[in-house]
Design a protein around this ligand. Structure first.
Ligand SMILES: O=C(O)[C@@H](CO)OP(=O)(O)O
Length: 248
């Protein structure tokens, strides 16, 4: 008996295209991102991987991606659960900043530390910033605990209760689960699933819009480490592009 988990990073967003740090800022998809999402759904249908339940973040780039993918797979009707715990990493004071300019201003080491180190968060975002989510009704339940910045470790800590209490039970019930989320929230989940070290996770990037499928054993360990992208060639190209963001 294995469980099927499908991870899907949202399609290209307007701020991916503009090369801006995004985090919790709620941007929509580009036309290319919408196409990626539809293609993601077609790949699922072609493989006969039909989700029974969807889990998304509270950010529209993940929500719209899931809707488009599920429509393409004729599964728009499945139940949905959403949580801030699947949100992208809060990027702190970097939200809204240009990646290339940040690299030029702070240098390679600091840039990569903020982008990919496991436990160094960027400086916190001021509550009165135009890029802040403080006061946004969708995060009302968080009160003053709403994050002002996060490192990947913080993301894993807030994601794990959701994985344990919401996603695992759906898998254990035999459902094919689709998680539509973000580059860094999915990196945190993959780190947990594959047991990737704090150092090695820095080198792992997740492309937009390409389903990553995990078969999990009864202990929720991947049968094939790293899972399998449904379009391996496109995934390899897109992973390189994510890794090089800010450099051109
Ligand atoms: O800006 C962001 O929120 C993320 C994902 O787009 O960027 P990065 O890949 O640099 O962590």
């Amino acid at each position: 008996m294995t469980y099927t988990l499908i991870l899907l990073r949202h399609g290209q967003s307007e701020w991916n295209e503009k090369n801006l740090f995004t985090g919790w800022y709620d941007v929509t998809l580009t036309e290319q991102g919408r196409k990626e999402a539809v293609r993601g759904g077609e790949l699922l249908a072609e493989e006969g991987l039909l989700p029974d339940i969807l889990h998304t973040s509270l950010l529209k780039r993940a929500i719209i991606t899931a809707n488009l993918a599920l429509e393409a797979a004729d599964r728009s009707w499945i139940p949905v659960k959403r949580s801030w715990r699947l949100n992208e990493r809060h990027y702190g004071a970097l939200q809204g900043k240009d990646k290339a300019q940040t690299l030029a201003e702070y240098g390679e080491e600091q840039f990569m530390e903020w982008r990919r180190s496991y436990d160094t968060p960027p400086p916190p975002l001021a509550d009165d910033s135009e890029f802040s989510q403080i006061g946004d009704p969708r995060y009302a339940e968080l009160g003053d605990d709403a994050p002002r910045t996060e490192c990947l470790k913080d993301v894993l800590i807030r994601l794990l209760p959701y994985w344990e209490d919401q996603v695992k039970p759906d898998l254990a019930a035999g459902k094919t689960v689709l998680v539509a989320a973000h580059g860094n929230s999915l990196r945190a989940l993959v780190k947990h699933l594959d047991g990737i070290s704090d150092a090695d996770i820095a080198g792992l990037n997740i492309p937009t819009g390409i389903p990553l499928v995990y078969e999990l054993d009864e202990d929720f360990k991947p049968v094939v480490p790293g899972g399998k992208y449904l379009d391996t060639a496109a995934a390899a190209e897109a992973i390189k592009a994510v890794a090089n963001q800010g450099r051109h």
